[in-house]
Design a protein around this ligand. Structure first.
Ligand SMILES: Cc1ncc(C[n+]2csc(CCOP(=O)(O)OP(=O)(O)O)c2C)c(N)n1
Length: 291
């Protein structure tokens, strides 16, 4: 018995959610899978020469080309008459920012590849810089707080909706808090022919500044307060896959993390308002696209 396809012995931080994300991706995908992995925490902790935590074929590629390399792998397999799951795993920096053009090219050419971004809302591996996935108001080393700035002045890029708009056959959001949700969505995506995209929320103990044992709790809070919405978009139809109870307030979620500790009540109130209007928008999209 080999155990997990992503082995223990990697060098991730205590409490890192990303390794659980990968374990659950591979539980769903199985051994007939080829991984193209962008430079990120997931690569640094899993493939330090001469060791590897990967028990499936794996290639580490430059930050900006994970989707381009996966496209080439898929095209080569097709030419040889072979079929394996081809999956990209990349962080938010490698997806929302630096790998965006190669991801968009992959979707444009219609490759049969599943692109998965684990979203820890910053460039974690290089010491916590802001990415275009960093939420509004969050501290990072490049969005500090002081006289000039009060955390990240921008908001999150709507990458999943952008991928749906560009024509991905299957788009979903998921979270490290719900391993079966990850597995179901990965299985569903792999059954669809063409480009597909999954965005998985993954709290980072180091960057978000909370105790390592709280990763799953924080991830659940994000969903329950409405700041992280779980949904699928298939053939242009959006379906919310988990409805929050709203027993957690946005303020509870923000106050549980050091990266938001500088926010005033007024700033937190604005984030609450934005969460409420986003939730309304998703509910509206669910109704109108189902029609
Ligand atoms: C073109 C390029 N720019 C910058 C870097 C330096 N770099 C390596 S990993 C990394 C951070 C990756 O962030 P993200 O994709 O969000 O993944 P995470 O580290 O959070 O897992 C950076 C900036 C690089 N390797 N290549």
């Amino acid at each position: 018995m080999m155990g997990e396809l992503f082995s223990s012995g990697h060098t991730a931080c205590a409490g890192c959610g990303m390794t659980n994300v990968i374990i659950n991706i591979l539980r769903a995908a199985g051994p007939d899978t080829i991984i193209s992995n962008a430079t990120s925490c997931s690569e640094i902790v899993s493939s330090q020469y001469p060791c590897s935590a990967w028990r499936v074929p794996y290639i580490h590629v430059a930050f900006e080309c994970s989707a381009a390399v996966a496209s080439g792998i898929e095209a080569a397999l097709k030419r040889q008459g072979k079929k394996s799951n081809v999956i990209v795993i990349a962080g938010d920096g490698g997806t929302f920012d630096i790998g965006l053009q190669s991801l968009s090219g992959m979707v444009d050419r219609g490759h049969n590849v599943l692109y998965i971004c684990y979203d820890n809302e910053c460039y974690a591996n290089t010491g916590v810089q802001r990415s275009s996935a960093t939420p509004h108001g969050a501290w990072t080393t490049t969005s500090p707080y002081g006289a000039e700035m009060h955390g990240n002045p921008a908001g999150k890029k709507p990458i999943a909706e952008m991928m749906a708009a560009q024509g991905c056959k299957y788009v979903a959001t998921s979270s490290v808090a719900y391993p079966l949700d990850i597995q179901q969505k990965v299985k569903k995506a792999l059954a669809v022919e063409g480009p597909k995209f999954i965005l998985i929320h993954q709290p980072c103990t180091l960057a978000w500044r909370y105790p390592p044992e709280k990763t799953v709790e924080i991830a659940r809070m994000a969903i329950d307060c409405g700041l992280w919405v779980l949904y699928e978009i298939e053939n242009g139809k959006l379906k919310i896959t988990r409805r929050p109870s709203f027993r957690t307030g946005v303020k509870d979620y923000l106050k549980a993390q050091g990266r938001f500790s500088h926010l005033t009540d007024e700033e937190m109130g604005k984030i609450q308002e934005k969460a409420a209007s986003d939730w309304k928008r998703f509910e509206g999209l669910e109704k109108t696209t189902a029609a």
